[in-house]
Design a protein around this ligand. Sequence first.
Ligand SMILES: Cc1cc2nc3c(=O)[nH]c(=O)nc-3n(C[C@H](O)[C@H](O)[C@H](O)COP(=O)(O)OP(=O)(O)OC[C@H]3O[C@@H](n4cnc5c(N)ncnc54)[C@H](O)[C@@H]3O)c2cc1C
Ligand code: FES
Length: 510
Amino acid sequence: MPNAADQRSKSLWMDVDVVPEAPPLGSDRRCDTIIIGSGIAGISTAYELAIEGQQVMIIDRGQIAGGITARTTAHLAPLCDDLTAEMIKLRGEDISRLFYESQVTALDRIEEIQKRENIDCDFRRLDGYLFQAPGTDSKIIDDELDAVRKVGAPVHRLVGVPLAHCDKQHALRYPRQATFHPLKYLKGLAEAITAKGGTFYPHITVQGIQEFDGGPVVVATDHGSVTAKAAVVATNSPIIDRFALHTKMSPYRTYAMAFSIARGALPDALYWDTLDPYHYVRLQPGEGRTDYLIVGGADHKSGEADDAEARFEGLEAWARNLIPAAKDVTHRWSGQVLDTIDYAAFIGRNPGNTNVYVHTGDSGQGMTHGVVGSLINSALILGSDTKWQEVYEPTRKTAAAIGNYLRENLTAVQNFAEYLAPGELGSLDELKPGHGAIVRAGLTKIAAYRDSEGALHARSAACTHVGCHLHWNSFEVCWDCPCHGSQFAVDGTALNAPAISPLAEVKTPK
Ligand SMILES: Cc1cc2nc3c(=O)[nH]c(=O)nc-3n(C[C@H](O)[C@H](O)[C@H](O)COP(=O)(O)OP(=O)(O)OC[C@H]3O[C@@H](n4cnc5c(N)ncnc54)[C@H](O)[C@@H]3O)c2cc1C
Ligand code: FES
């Protein structure tokens, strides 16, 4: 059977190896700041600290930048992707304005860094179009226009966008959005960090973090421990939290696909519609006269659907209708975003710690959120302040978001009831090659997969984070946890945080 990681989908970016050669963890196990997780959030934070003279170590349990960042579509769009009008309802105008300003600063910072470090990453500024989805009311465009003006964003109201059948659609045009190749950018950033003495350690799993009376932080890994003055947990979904942050956000699976398209067939811009979930579109330079058209959307709560083929069919039909120049499908992939109940990420001191910092809750704009996080957490570590802390404070409680809180946490309550339900199959003998299913064995639920050669892979169906019941994901060939976003390979290996440990072994009935 191919290894667990090989069975998952591949994005358009994944042929770039961000840190091809990394040393093993040696005997020098001290640094100023240890960064756990090497996505956009972790690497950007390491960069901000390294240029200030800090000795940084970056540890990842997979390959460097092989997590959700390798699955992004990298629209760099600073307005709240759940709509600014919605954000103002929950958090008011002042916080929404600060949110917008922080996201703009993050985008400017990416532009500045790629220039300063000479990173060839296809970065470009372009327009973004939010357009009225066919069959919907244009009021949403008017409401959003009012809202984005309140937060001070430049915006133009228009009718018609350069997509087929959209000449009468109401739309907003936002100037100075941007996009890039995410892994080429992170490769350049990693080289700059290495040149400043920072070190990357892939394939090392962090198992726990201990802080001694506001003093040093000791990070336990499966290759021994590391001591640092500070630690940043940038594992996408935080590995150090069981409830405090996880109950304020939910994992959603989102799908993306790339088509080939003749260069110039579509104006180079970002496009997204007003549906919930929304469709999103961008271009990426290809070879010769051919570019890539990237289309995404069709989100659902993680683990609540296993119908990727139907979702890709829907996305493809949507894309071909609006962009008839789309040619062959070249890539199809999926990944997760963590939607917080009030739309902003959680960034800052980890609740209850002094020298442990956290970054999580990307809410579909994790690329700019990752960079905002790098600016806030590096400032806190270096002893200064930013005016955005209140927006992203991890301990915040947003009273107006109580409805979202209750709705999102219903998943966990309903999930535990699944332990009482019968299995999806009567017995393991019914499991066909290439399929996964939950099978009951007495009081135990088994997450079972039969590979193409007929061998059975059976593990406990209880997530090792806080025990939620797993669901099969046939597209990514893995087990998804609907509660907080963990994923496990069919051999039980934890692929996505917050889970650290593999699924427990089980005895299969004879
Ligand atoms: C299909 C798709 C489209 C998207 N489109 C956009 C977009 O257009 N614009 C936008 O802004 N955002 C977008 N996002 C969101 C954005 O890509 C993510 O929010 C962002 O990349 C997350 O970065 P991160 O650094 O937080 O996490 P990651 O990139 O996942 O990095 C976390 C790292 O932590 C490591 N880790 C986990 N546990 C441990 C452990 N115990 N020990 C050591 N290491 C560990 C993981 O291996 C991983 O490499 C999209 C996401 C998807 C899936
Ligand atoms: S991710 Fe929290 S219980 Fe599974």
